[in-house]
Design a protein around this ligand. Structure first.
Ligand code: SF4
Ligand code: SF4
Length: 406
């Protein structure tokens, strides 16, 4: 890719060949704080121009699937972008390889795959202990070629590598511990990992030091599935040669900064200590497994299905699918989650002290929440009345359930 990083809002036409419609904007920066859908609507011409670089053959995109349910592909295909419909339809056909949507099949499909993609997108986790659990094509010996081999070959040759969904980012549910030992299988029997992370550790397939041609780690677009806007705007941004600003888990900050708990429509119930005891009850859903206090994404404002709704708007607790460690960290998904932090569980009292101490040394409340992994404190630093009394909860747990904490 021979592109030039340009200042925000500057039209890129330095080669005089692409015309004025190829403004190379950083759509991720524009998305930060913008109302749902406005960036996509307002900049549809520029977004189209970014994707046209693929459809006109300037840039190559490869999309691989490891241990995936294809839900992330479906999510992206279902994205509602009337103003971009035509270019996205062409883009889907011009991705040099995508096992679900490309028109070719078999050997021609493999041959169509670029071996030096500008953008490599991976959906699904990568099985390391049983590599043949996810394969595509064949090796020179005629054996099925494991996905790990494809990733190790293509990622270093790619300008940008994007993991879509929690599986490719952090391992997702294929990496789950199988705490209840269903079918007498052990934990994570395929050795599923994300591209650069395994849960919260940088033990992914590519290792912690991997950087792509653009000198970036894998860009993680977590979610189960991923939000279609996250994929659309991230691809359009990197196709324009921009470097996304990433958080500590390599997720683009504009999408993964807001705390679900801070923007929840049920927050009033939480603050008043009114909790639903079972699904369908009125109240905050923390007792029915809500992971909103630990989960960062802008879904509460962005919404899904063309701005229609989101989990908490329809009585479904947040299950934490944007976070590393989902699924084990929040499972069983319908039971109250033990308080947790990166360093172990924190009690309300400890959390309050953390908030007050941080205020004393000038650390922002957001940084405190990130550090403790605990989402919200009252104005005075005390946790509002909550049913998550640590001792009481712990007494009620079986030893198996207690392993929910990491
Ligand atoms: S992240 Fe979820 S939706 Fe996407 S492939 Fe994995 S299981 Fe399917
Ligand atoms: S715990 Fe969940 S349901 Fe309750 S306010 Fe927070 S995000 Fe909303």
């Amino acid at each position: 890719m021979s592109q030039t990083e340009t200042p925000e809002n500057e039209t890129y036409d330095s080669d005089g060949q692409r015309g004025p419609s190829t403004s190379r904007r950083n759509f991720l920066q524009l998305a930060a704080g913008a109302a749902a859908g406005t960036v996509i609507t307002q900049y549809s011409t520029e977004i189209s121009a970014a994707f046209e670089q693929v459809t006109n053959g300037e840039l190559d995109v490869v999309w691989l699937q490891g241990q995936a349910c294809t839900g992330c592909t479906i999510s992206v295909l279902q994205g509602q972008y009337p103003s971009l419909e035509e270019v996205l339809s062409e883009f889907r056909l011009d991705v040099t390889f995508h096992p679900t949507i490309m028109p070719e099949a078999g050997e021609p499909a493999i041959e169509a795959m670029s071996d030096e993609p500008d953008v490599l997108i991976v959906e699904g986790s990568i099985p390391m202990d049983i590599p043949e659990a996810a394969t595509v094509g064949t090796t020179a010996d005629g054996e099925s070629k494991p996905m790990v081999d494809w990733v190790m070959e293509l990622a270093p040759e790619s300008e940008y590598v994007i993991a879509v969904g929690n599986c490719a980012s952090f391992g997702g549910w294929p990496a789950a511990e199988n705490k209840r030992n269903l079918h007498d299988l052990g934990a994570n029997i395929t050795g599923a990992r994300g591209l650069q992370f395994e849960k919260r550790e940088e033990r992914g397939v590519l290792g912690p030091d991997f950087t792509s041609g653009a000198d970036l780690p894998v860009i993680n677009l977590a979610g189960c599935p991923v939000h279609p806007d996250y994929v659309l705007l991230t691809i359009a941004t990197v196709l324009n040669g921009h470097v996304p600003e990433l958080d500590e888990y390599n997720r683009p900050k504009p999408f993964y900064e807001p705390l679900v708990h801070d923007n929840c429509p049920l927050r009033g119930y939480f603050d008043r200590g009114e909790f639903a005891e079972k699904p369908g009850d009125e109240g905050c859903l923390i007792k029915t497994g809500c992971a909103g206090p630990y989960t960062y994404c802008d879904d509460q404002s962005r919404l899904w299905n063309d701005g229609t709704s989101v989990c908490l708007n329809v009585g479904a607790p947040c299950i934490g699918c944007m976070e590393p460690g989902f699924w084990d960290r929040f499972a069983p998904l319908d039971e109250e989650i033990e308080r947790q932090s990166f360093f172990g569980p924190v009690t309300a009292e400890q959390a309050g002290w953390a908030g007050l101490a941080a205020a004393g040394v000038g650390i922002g409340a957001h940084a405190v929440r990130k550090a403790t992994g605990y989402g919200s404190f009252g104005e005075d630093g005390e946790q509002p009345t909550s049913t998550t009394d640590t001792q009481e909860s712990a007494d009620e747990r079986t030893s198996d359930e207690a392993t929910k904490e990491e």
